[in-house]
Ligand binder design. Structure first.
Ligand code: FEO
Ligand code: CA
Ligand code: CA
Ligand code: CA
Length: 604
């Protein structure tokens, strides 16, 4: 009976959904408590004074929590998860909201340096209060900041390529800084992967180069919005043509070794990496999935040659951190199984009742060997988008987070939206995996590797969710009755809870009646499959990012609160989290069930 699915909510999803709203607050279900864990500007090291919005310095920002937290990971340091390392990306800065009276035409050098220091990543120890989900930051020897000036080691087949050499780094193997770190992943060996996404916006004077390879990556125009090119020539393409090639990679860092140097892995290709997530094959080789988050871009897979070494020792981590340097990079091609005439762009299900089909992973390069006609292996790694173009990869609706289910191995990919699909003059109309034109609300795709084998080069796929207002005919929630699900727009990050439920955070929730973004949970199996429920909403102008779901606590990054058109520090659109007339501050929030006084046991 498709109407009454009945039954109890699956474990981990027993909450009353939060209604869509436009409040300037984090709204959680009844019976849950919340706490702000850490805010932009909070000190990470002893001796750093409390944040003072009106007296910022670059030197202090280097030692404070960065701006616009995006991906987050909680790495437990004990079996109960009482002590954790919280690792977060700081995707980008919004200077008009960071500085009163900010002049976009004439930023000061100190403002630019503060922005460099507010990008990157943070590692901070957080301690959980027993019987609670409250997380409190503490100073520890693990606390670190990675910024625009931190040295990274470049590794893999494109390291030391001429395409990566600059006047400051003639080796092509040492890059200062990381940029636009969006989503990421925790590896099975306990390190962090972080995707460098929209790096194009930081490099000025592209027009002087007249290079189609730059244009293909959206590196265009003359002056940048932030004007960094005035203060360091590496951001000026007229003076330093290759610096831009040193961004757009997957970064790996080992938070458990505070002295370690972070790595940029060239074997995973260069594009607007949303993230990278690892699945381990039966024989110990590893695969990494990654999406290129832009309209009409591709989904990628990497298969290592080496095998994962088990155990948490530093030596094992050192070995496992080399796995992403040696292997084969593939790009996805998706084929629908319904007649193309039935994919009419409206989102109406085809006659077989599913948006689904088959697909293959097309090899691009392995080590120094290119599989792409007319491109060397180095070119494939550095200009991976062009390689995908040449082999006929499938143009998707903004591939965001992609991650394999920890128990089933089924891969979930959020395809955020694509308002250009099917537009007059656009690259492409509706296809079965991207079935709506002018797609405002996005979809969530399930991909099953052949025979469930992580190493397979063919797969089947289907759309699990076609997002939007459930009352609209162009939405689909795995066949679950739509009058019982929460509305969702622009799925972005995906995560799994310990029970195997999928959690999805949204970006551009405002596309649905101006409502705030949120976090949603949904079972992927059983009678409640597709029963999507909203767990929380974030404040005005904010995006919900980096969800982590454990037995005890759910954390989310509240990114860019108050970022609405025209809002500035002189005219803030949000006062979250500090209230009153305060400036909004991107922050991490912890949410937990009230009065749940069970013992602190894993799996309780
Ligand atoms: Fe930074 Fe793809 O969102
Ligand atoms: Ca079909
Ligand atoms: Ca994202
Ligand atoms: Ca996003």
């Amino acid at each position: 009976d498709p109407v009454d699915r009945g039954g109890k909510a699956p474990r981990g999803l027993d909450f009353t959904p939060v209604a869509p709203n436009q409040l300037d607050a984090v709204v959680v279900p009844e019976g849950y408590q919340q706490h702000v864990v850490i805010r932009w500007g909070d000190p990470l090291f002893p001796g750093v004074p409390e944040f003072d919005f009106d007296h910022q310095t670059a030197a202090l920002q280097e030692r404070r929590f960065g701006f616009n937290c995006d991906f987050a990971a909680l790495l437990p340091q004990d079996p109960l998860g009482l002590v954790n390392l919280l690792v977060t990306n700081h995707e980008y800065t919004t200077e008009p909201m960071m500085f009163r009276g900010y002049s976009a035409d004439n930023p000061t050098e100190e403002q630019v340096r503060i922005a460099w220091a507010a990008h990157g990543l943070s590692v901070v120890m957080v301690k959980r209060t027993p019987f609670s989900g409250k997380l409190t930051p503490s100073f520890s020897r693990y606390n670190r900041r990675f910024t625009m000036t931190t040295p990274f080691e470049v590794r893999g087949p494109a390291a030391d390529s001429d395409l990566l050499k600059t006047s400051v780094d003639p080796t092509g193997k040492r890059v200062l800084g990381t940029l636009n770190n969006c989503a990421g992943g925790v590896t099975p060996w306990g390190t962090i992967l972080s995707g460098e996404e929209n790096f194009n916006q930081y490099f000025g004077n592209a027009a002087t180069r007249n290079d189609p390879r730059l244009t293909r990556y959206g590196v265009t125009g003359t002056a940048t919005t932030r004007k960094w090119e005035r203060f360091d020539k590496r951001f000026d393409l007229a003076q330093e043509p290759n610096e831009v090639n040193r961004f757009g990679w997957v970064v790996e860092l080992d938070p458990n070794d505070p002295d370690s140097t972070p790595v940029k892995h060239t074997a995973l290709g260069r594009f607007k990496h949303e993230c990278a997530n690892i699945r381990v094959a039966d024989d110990g080789r590893i695969v990494a999935y990654s999406g290129d988050d832009e309209r009409f871009e591709y989904i990628y897979k990497f298969i290592s040659n080496g095998k994962m070494r088990k155990g948490g020792s530093k030596a094992a981590r050192r070995h496992n951190m080399t796995l992403l340097d040696d292997g084969t990079l593939y790009v996805g091609r998706f084929t629908g199984d319904s007649p193309p005439a039935e994919i009419d762009g409206t989102g109406k299900l085809p006659s077989d009742g599913n948006f689904d089909g088959s697909g293959e992973w097309i090899p691009l390069a392995a080590g120094n060997r290119s599989f792409v006609p007319g491109m060397t292996a180095e070119e494939v790694y550095v200009f991976t988008r062009l390689a995908g173009d040449k082999v006929g990869a499938t143009k998707m609706d903004r591939p965001e987070d992609i991650q394999a289910h920890p128990k089933t191995g089924v891969v979930y990919c959020a395809l955020s939206n694509n308002v250009d699909r099917g537009k007059p003059g656009s690259k492409e109309g509706a296809t079965e995996p991207n079935p709506r034109v002018l797609n405002k609300h996005g979809q969530v795709l399930e991909l099953t590797e052949r025979r469930g084998d992580a190493l397979a080069l063919t797969f089947s796929w289907n759309l699990f969710l076609v997002c939007g207002d459930p009352a609209a005919p162009d939405t689909y929630f795995a066949g679950f009755p739509k009058d019982q699900v929460s509305p969702i727009s622009s799925p972005d990050n995906v995560a799994f809870d310990p029970h195997g439920n999928l959690w999805i955070s949204s970006d551009s929730g405002a596309a649905l009646n101006g409502n705030n973004d949120g976090l949603f949970g949904v079972p992927v199996s059983g009678p409640q499959r597709g029963h999507l429920k909203q767990f929380l909403t974030v404040p005005r102008g904010a995006e919900t990012c980096g969800p982590v779901i454990t037995e005890r606590v759910v954390t989310v990054c509240v990114q860019h609160p108050g970022e609405v058109d025209g809002a500035t520090a002189d005219n803030p659109a949000s006062h979250w989290p500090d209230g009153g007339t305060s400036q909004p501050r991107p922050s991490v929030v912890a949410v937990w069930k009230q009065g749940r006084r069970q013992p602190d046991e894993i799996g309780s």
